[in-house]
Design a protein around this ligand. Structure first.
Ligand SMILES: [Zn+2]
Ligand SMILES: [Zn+2]
Ligand SMILES: [Zn+2]
Length: 122
């Protein structure tokens, strides 16, 4: 009887180790960028809400913005108003580790953290 219990325990232990080894090799999900963005400040977030900088409602990412007048559309092409090309806001790929907001990958400092530092009450 006791021999069987010990054998079962040994099998469970081995299975646990195997499961943990498999977890370690799991590939990471691909970086997809922010789901919501503020067009005014060029910051992004994973969930819908207000922009931390200008307090405007953030828009769903994937919209196209006119380079001339700032009008928005959900597909590429020329602006209906000023005929300038629409561009997709896809450069917001840098995610801040502190505040979890996205910002332009060419920017050195996170605009959200910078803003919070400046407006911090003493
Ligand atoms: Zn904003
Ligand atoms: Zn336009
Ligand atoms: Zn930040």
């Amino acid at each position: 009887m006791w021999r069987t219990v010990a054998w079962v325990l040994a099998v469970v232990l081995v299975l646990n180790i195997a499961a943990q080894a498999q977890k370690g090799t799991k590939p990471k999900p691909a970086q997809t960028g922010p789901k919501y963005i503020c067009l005014m400040c060029k910051v992004g977030a994973d969930k819908q809400g207000k922009c931390p900088l200008c307090n405007l409602q953030m828009l769903k990412a994937g919209v196209y913005v006119c380079t001339g007048c700032g009008a928005m559309a959900d597909k590429p092409g020329d602006c209906a108003q000023c005929k300038k090309p629409m561009v997709k806001l896809a450069s917001l790929a840098k995610k801040c580790k502190v505040c979890n907001y996205y910002s332009d990958k060419n920017k050195k400092e996170c605009p959200v953290c910078e803003y919070r530092k400046k407006t911090k009450p003493k």
